[in-house]
Design a protein. Structure first.
Length: 606
């Protein structure tokens, strides 16, 4: 008995499975009581039934009849012992009324008597039962009961430690917010799937799913609401997936799915199902949310043989989908990793580039359609990289926005544009406004107005010669705060225009409150001329609100004539010249901004 006890303790110390330890305890008792059979039941999750956990010697027919035993009075020796927390002895199973449900199988199996002890925790909670069966009418003596009582006490300690271990394991492998498996669990399951796929020569796919438009929910309603919405979304995803797929929350608003597949079409079909589910509007706490998803796909063995590689490549593919417009899925391609590396190197060069004066401003004129003279000049940033050469703003501005570098970069642009404009004025050149683009992140900074005041003070440029361009979508973030900021800028004498108008979602009510000077028609609407319904609408809107209207991206005389005829105030685009370095732009200013008729644009009198 003592030796068996020590063996059980050693098994616990080595972390052996609970089933092995339960079988060992049963063998100890069956060795002491040579003609007896034992079983161990554990309380199930409902707390209302006992689940058979071990019964290695009990006849199979009888074991099956005892797989689930209700807890309560009159429910055989096991159910009654768990209910009463007392030892229950039934000397004759065949005739005892509490064993009616088992008497028939007991007769077939040759089981005649049974006695059960409750297994209790340190806090006196029922964890299960330990039962001893005999082929004869039988009542155990006190010594036999004490032996089983001692092992039942040990069993209680074992089960408690095992359950505590399960809770710790669950915490280690579970995401606490969504109750989904976490990244660690997903990687381990993926490792197992890859090992099996390697030997079986089958395919595995990883889907990396990122939610679209989720950040604005946190920004608008707070993180508590964001968490609740995330829980609802995770349930939608889980319910949409077949049972044989592994779903995990990887981080933030990103999830991963593991699937064994035969053909890539299966992965694509699964993506389409998920996207269709995500398209359904989500109602929560009185609000309607539209949250779509972008999904990246990686395949074993085509895109990697390690779990981390497949996850990373699916993540990269998902990011590519987002950059292409979101709400879709895409397969990983090696060139995507090259782009990621290029972007990483670009980001790492940002601060050095600003410090080493690699950024420069080019200037593009805006002409007044009534006078054909330069009304304003827009400052546009360029990056002359010492190794890579010129880098397009389309490549580095989104990264600057994403990393927050747009804040120091935007301040530099503002200061340099104002300095240059003041320098032109000091040279006696015709004064014009300089327009500077400001990102929504800049506008959201608490010290945005302070920064503008400092720049004006340091450069000496009068505020009337500065224009700030802010995108329509950028204005709609923190609308009320932005209304206050724009009014303060306007009170300083600074001109304000809304860029890319018509591409956002501002209401007429907010537009009237923003107190701006002008709207800029986005180039895509200018390109639709002469079928320019949106451009016409914007011009009419500006006329009714008393705002100036500016068209950008004007490239043909037909576009220019159309805009001038319908009342557009200012035009900008390649028809009038590309953005120029400061020194070259001075030549235009020296001509007082006048457009000669040889520049293909007829005068207003023609």
């Amino acid at each position: 008995m003592i030796k068996g006890h020590q063996e059980v303790l050693e098994m616990m110390a080595k972390g052996r499975p609970l089933s092995d330890i339960l079988h060992k305890l049963i063998r100890i008792v069956e060795t002491i009581f040579a003609d007896k059979f034992c079983s161990i039941h554990l309380v199930d999750k409902t707390g209302e039934r006992l689940r058979l956990a071990a019964a290695p010697s009990l006849p199979e027919v009888y074991s099956r009849s005892m797989e689930m035993v209700p807890i309560g009075p009159g429910m055989g020796s096991c159910g009654s012992a768990a209910w009463s927390k007392q030892t229950v002895i039934i000397s004759d199973v065949w005739s005892d009324p509490s064993c009616t449900s088992w008497s028939a199988t007991a007769r077939v199996s040759g089981i005649r008597s049974c006695w059960s002890l409750p297994v209790l925790s340190a806090s006196d909670q029922v964890l299960g039962t330990f039962a001893v069966f005999s082929r004869h009418v039988y009542v155990p003596d006190q010594e036999q009961v004490k032996v089983v009582e001692m092992l039942s006490f040990l069993l209680g300690e074992i089960i408690e430690k095992y359950q505590a271990g399960l809770r710790m394991e669950r915490l280690a492998y579970m995401d606490p917010l969504t109750s989904l498996p976490n990244r660690r669990y997903f990687i381990e399951r993926l490792d197992q799937a890859l090992s099996a796929a390697e030997s079986e020569r089958t395919n595995v796919c990883v889907l990396f799913l990122g939610l679209d438009w989720f950040k604005p929910i946190n920004d608008t309603f707070g993180h508590e609401m964001g968490d609740r919405v995330l829980q609802v979304v995770s349930r939608k995803i889980r319910e949409a997936l077949p049972q044989n797929k592994v779903l995990a929350r990887m981080d933030g608003d990103e999830f991963a799915v593991l699937s064994r597949i035969d053909r890539i079409e299966e992965a694509e079909l699964l993506c389409k199902q998920l996207l269709r589910i995500m398209e359904e509007p989500l109602y929560y706490a009185g609000h309607l949310f539209h949250i779509s998803a972008s999904i990246g796909i990686s395949l074993f063995p085509d895109h990697g043989r390690r779990a981390e590689d497949l996850i990373q490549h699916a993540d990269i593919a998902m990011c590519q989908v987002k950059s292409n417009g979101k709400k879709d899925f895409g397969l990983y391609e090696p060139k995507m990793s090259e782009k990621i590396y290029k972007n990483f190197m670009m980001v790492s060069d940002f601060n050095r580039a600003l410090r080493e004066n690699e950024f420069v401003l080019h200037y593009q004129p805006r002409y007044h359609t009534g006078t054909n003279k330069i009304q304003c000049v827009e400052a546009l940033i360029r990056w002359d990289h010492p190794e890579s050469g010129p880098i397009s703003p389309l490549d580095f501005i989104p990264l600057a926005e994403e990393t927050g570098f747009i804040i120091p970069l935007g301040k530099w642009v503002m200061k340099e544009a104002c300095r240059q404009n003041k320098a032109w004025q000091d040279q006696g050149l015709p004064p014009v406004r300089v327009a500077v683009n400001c990102s929504s992140k800049q506008l959201q900074q608490d010290d945005f107005i302070t920064m503008i005041r400092e720049v004006i003070g340091q450069t000496g440029l009068s505020p009337e010669w500065l224009e700030i361009e802010i995108t329509e979508s950028g204005l709609m973030r923190s609308e009320h705060t932005n209304i206050v900021k724009l009014r303060e800028l306007r009170s300083m004498g600074i001109h304000i225009s809304i860029d890319d108008f018509g591409t956002g979602y501002s209401s007429l009510n907010y537009l009237m409150q923003f107190d701006v000077h002008a709207l800029k028609i986005d180039r895509r609407f200018v390109q639709q001329i002469p079928n320019a319904v949106i451009a016409n609408t914007i011009i009419s809107l500006c006329r009714s609100l008393g705002l100036n209207v500016i068209a950008e991206g004007v490239e043909t005389i037909e576009q220019y004539e159309y805009l001038r005829r319908y009342g557009c105030d200012e035009v900008q685009g390649f028809l009038f010249g590309k953005p120029l370095p400061a020194k070259m732009f001075e030549m235009l200013l020296l001509e007082s901004g006048a457009l000669k008729r040889s520049v293909l644009i007829p005068s207003p009198q023609d």
